[in-house]
Ligand binder design. Structure first.
Ligand code: NAI
Ligand code: MG
Length: 364
């Protein structure tokens, strides 16, 4: 089978870590494991420099046609003063919106070799493997009205509105149940039904969907604040956590710190599956940004980017066995003691971006 892949390296270390993934994609093609038609585009500050927009219409069209978009990172001090609607982040937001990427998947995996780099004790995090499924296109970040009004008498009022419709909750919950079936078969749904109407509806829709279509999956409801506490107390109780945009933003950052460095964390953003073509739009990116403090020095950890490509193998290319092999290659490289600067402890010897990329490819 052949897949169209659009590589958008972006800015700063985005370009450096994307280069390592490109080598792995080329290797997969050369091995005949899958055929990738690889195309490249510009996004973020580099796109702004080239044509005054955070992503061009041509590259948007390529993204629409791609089986998967592999995205590095955008931003940097060079573009801090560009107009708001063409700032680097606008490129990523446009991609998410136009591709309808409503499901954000953020795994938190703790590799045994790095368990001591976690903010928590080794026995709490060693072997951790959970997945946060965050609703990405609705909720309080997008709901109207959204404004600051002047009340006179020196007072102002800020207003954000949380809105969720049944179909939005239903489709994200489906993603969570389906993923749980491929993992340890458990879904924890986090909301605040005790104080929010959207929480009541969320609970209702998830419960009904479970009854109708996913009785084989274990479902628990957890209040989102309690979920934050449980993530720090005993995270291994979770398999798949499904939650809204705002709680998902916070809970996934909490989960991230269980695993060590930002340089280790991959993510996927998925759209709806087209009923005719069975294709689903998807974008894969590391959680980290463009890291201006280390950009251009060859120090960036490429693991988050490579693990993001691993997620593409699993969710876009039907190559779950190869996704497992990518994860195992990362685990073995870490077990051998190879470290980029961000994950090194004490006096451990460190290697650079290309050495780490090459070591993982060699394990594959
Ligand atoms: P950041 O994630 O770029 O960096 C935070 C810290 O983590 C820095 O010290 C950096 O050196 C380190 N770090 C991050 N990724 C690393 C890696 N792969 N290997 C080794 N060390 C790594 O976040 P920050 O500093 O808040 O933002 C920098 C720029 O990136 C800003 O312009 C921001 O807007 C943008 N950004 C872009 C994102 C994206 O493209 N999705 C996400 C977050 C920030
Ligand atoms: Mg966040």
């Amino acid at each position: 089978s052949s897949f169209n892949v659009l590589l958008l390296p972006g800015d700063g270390i985005g370009a450096e870590v994307a280069g390592e993934v490109e080598k792995i994609i080329t290797w997969f093609s050369a091995q005949g494991i899958a055929k990738f038609e690889l195309d490249r585009g510009l996004v973020g500050g580099s796109a702004y420099d080239a044509h005054g927009k955070a992503i061009s219409e041509g590259d948007m069209a390529k993204a629409q046609a791609a089986d998967a978009v592999i995205f590095g990172a955008v931003g940097g001090p060079k573009w801090d003063k560009v107009p708001y609607d063409v700032r680097p982040e606008a490129g990523l937001l446009r991609l998410r919106k136009d591709l309808g990427l409503f499901a954000n998947l953020r795994p938190a995996i703790c590799y045994p070799a790095l368990a001591d780099a976690s903010s928590l004790k080794r026995d709490v995090v060693e072997g951790l493997d959970l997945l946060i499924v965050r609703e990405l296109t609705g909720g309080v970040y997008f709901g109207e009205p959204k404004m600051i009004t002047d009340l006179g008498n020196g007072q102002k009022r800020g207003v954000d509105t949380q809105v969720y419709d049944t179909f939005e909750i239903d489709r994200i919950a489906r993603v969570a149940f389906e993923l749980a079936r491929t993992r340890r078969n458990k879904v924890s749904s986090a909301e605040k039904r005790n104080v929010m109407k959207t929480g009541v509806l969320w609970n209702e829709v998830v419960t009904r969907l479970h009854q109708e279509s996913y009785k084989d999956v274990e479902l628990e409801h957890v209040l989102a604040d309690n979920c934050a506490m449980q993530l720090v107390r005993w995270p291994k109780q979770y398999d798949v956590i499904v939650t809204d945009n705002l709680f998902g933003d916070v809970l996934s950052d909490v989960a991230a710190m269980l695993t060590g460095s930002l340089g280790m964390l991959p993510s996927a953003s998925l759209g709806a599956t087209d009923v005719k073509t069975k294709r689903r739009k998807a974008l894969y990116e590391p959680v980290h940004g463009s890291a201006p403090d280390i950009a251009g020095k060859g120090l960036a950890n490429p693991i988050a980017m490579i693990a993001s490509f691993g997620m593409a193998l699993r969710y876009s290319f039907g190559l779950g066995d190869w996704a497992d092999k990518v994860d195992q290659a990362i685990a073995r490289v870490l077990a051998k003691g190879l470290r980029t600067k961000d994950i090194a402890q004490g006096s451990e010897k460190t290697i650079g971006t290309t050495e780490m990329g090459a070591a993982i490819l060699a394990e594959l």
